[in-house]
Design a protein around this ligand. Structure first.
Ligand SMILES: [Zn+2]
Length: 145
């Protein structure tokens, strides 16, 4: 997987440091050298997915980049990949949407706005600098926004 929405190596390091090298869903410690599929593998999950059009979408005849898709708030470390581990569960929609691991593309809120239930930190808002701040657990009303 390559392309403008792919996380750059420096961003992956930022996300790794923020998540302390652990799966953000189950908290399992990961091994840096095992990124990718296979036993003990891990990956960086896009909370808001890249969609079929990559980072670009047509709007009023122009193509607008959605650069935030490749930034730290949109990425979390997960054990496994698209089919295995926590990444597999999230890809198969087996994890409740309210936990914040998936940000709807059509919603008004972007990844920086959507609280995440992080395995190590509890409810947080992630920022694009590799940081996070405590957040309130979202209520149903917020989820509908
Ligand atoms: Zn996990």
């Amino acid at each position: 997987m390559t392309g403008p929405a792919e996380f750059k190596p420096a961003t992956v390091e930022k996300i790794w440091d923020r998540d302390r090298g652990c799966c953000a869903k189950c908290g399992k410690p990961l091994v840096w050298d095992r990124r990718g599929p296979g036993l003990g593998g891990w990956s960086v999950h896009h909370r808001e997915d890249r969609g079929q059009g990559g980072v670009k979408r047509a709007s009023k005849g122009r193509v607008q980049p959605r650069a935030y898709l490749a930034l730290a708030a949109n990425g979390v470390l997960l054990c496994g990949d698209g089919v295995a581990g926590c990444h597999g569960e999230i890809t198969r929609n087996e994890v409740p949407a309210r936990l914040g691991f998936r940000v709807p593309r059509i919603g008004i809120r972007r990844p920086v706005d959507v609280p995440l239930l992080h395995a190590l930190f509890g409810w947080v808002l992630l920022d694009n600098d590799g940081g996070y701040a405590p957040a309130d657990e979202p209520d149903e009303e917020e989820m509908a926004a």
